[in-house]
Design a protein around this ligand. Structure first.
Ligand SMILES: Cc1cc2nc3c(=O)[nH]c(=O)nc-3n(C[C@H](O)[C@H](O)[C@H](O)COP(=O)(O)O)c2cc1C
Length: 196
């Protein structure tokens, strides 16, 4: 197959769309939509987000001030509100109020939980590093709050109930999850065994 060299860029598609929320220095809840999000440690559980540091984002200022944030996972039914939180700035508007969202205090950190999101991670900022345009902020997950309706009887999160929003930066659009392809770690283990 012929290959083509592409214009230099960080290819991020697909990523999950999340919303980081934090209290600013006046105690007001700020929030913005992020696609740059990853799981960065199992023990202790940590997640890392990357926020443009050159543009003085309100949510970045807030989470650096309070050294804490909550990561909320909007579902596909909330795509309009999630997109809004990613195109407006807290310098101009009360975004969470305009989106019709309410907040509650997180229990383990000083940060606001967006009540309408089915899954929220309370995070304490434990590390920051700036690489190019973005500051990578690692948060240690201190508490996980989930709507019961997205859990199975073992307390595992059902992604088909959570219905996360997948962001496609190549075509600037949102997608929903596709179906199951295979059981993870099984096919590879079977293949490994067959080659022994
Ligand atoms: C789908 C989507 C994904 C985004 N991902 C990021 C991201 O990962 N990092 C970032 O710095 N900004 C990202 N943004 C842009 C911010 O959400 C946007 O600049 C927002 O207005 C910042 O708001 P604030 O100033 O209130 O913090 C994204 C926007 C959208 C719509």
């Amino acid at each position: 197959m012929a290959k083509k060299e592409l214009k230099l860029r960080a290819v991020v598609a697909p990523t999950q769309t999340v919303v980081a929320s934090a209290y600013d220095e006046e105690g007001k809840a700020q929030a913005c939509t992020l696609a740059f999000y990853m799981v960065s440690s199992h023990v202790p559980p940590c997640v890392t987000i990357a926020i443009n540091a050159t543009q003085k984002r309100k949510t970045l200022q807030a989470l650096l001030y309070s050294k804490a944030f909550v990561l909320g996972f909007p579902s596909v039914e909330q795509v309009r509100e999630a997109d809004y939180l990613g195109v407006e700035t807290g310098y101009n508007a009360d975004k969470l109020k305009n989106a019709g969202f309410s907040t509650s205090d997180a229990v383990t950190v000083h940060a606001p939980i967006v009540d309408e999101f089915a899954l929220s991670l309370e995070c304490e900022v434990v590390h920051t590093v700036t690489v190019g345009s973005h500051m990578q902020v690692t948060g240690e997950v201190k508490r996980i709050l989930a709507d019961e309706r997205i859990l199975n009887e073992k307390g595992k999160i059902l992604l088909d109930k959570l219905q996360p929003i997948i962001y496609d930066e190549e075509q600037f659009r949102y997608l929903s999850l596709g179906g199951k392809v295979a059981d993870a770690f099984r096919l590879g283990a079977e293949m490994k065994k067959s080659l022994e």
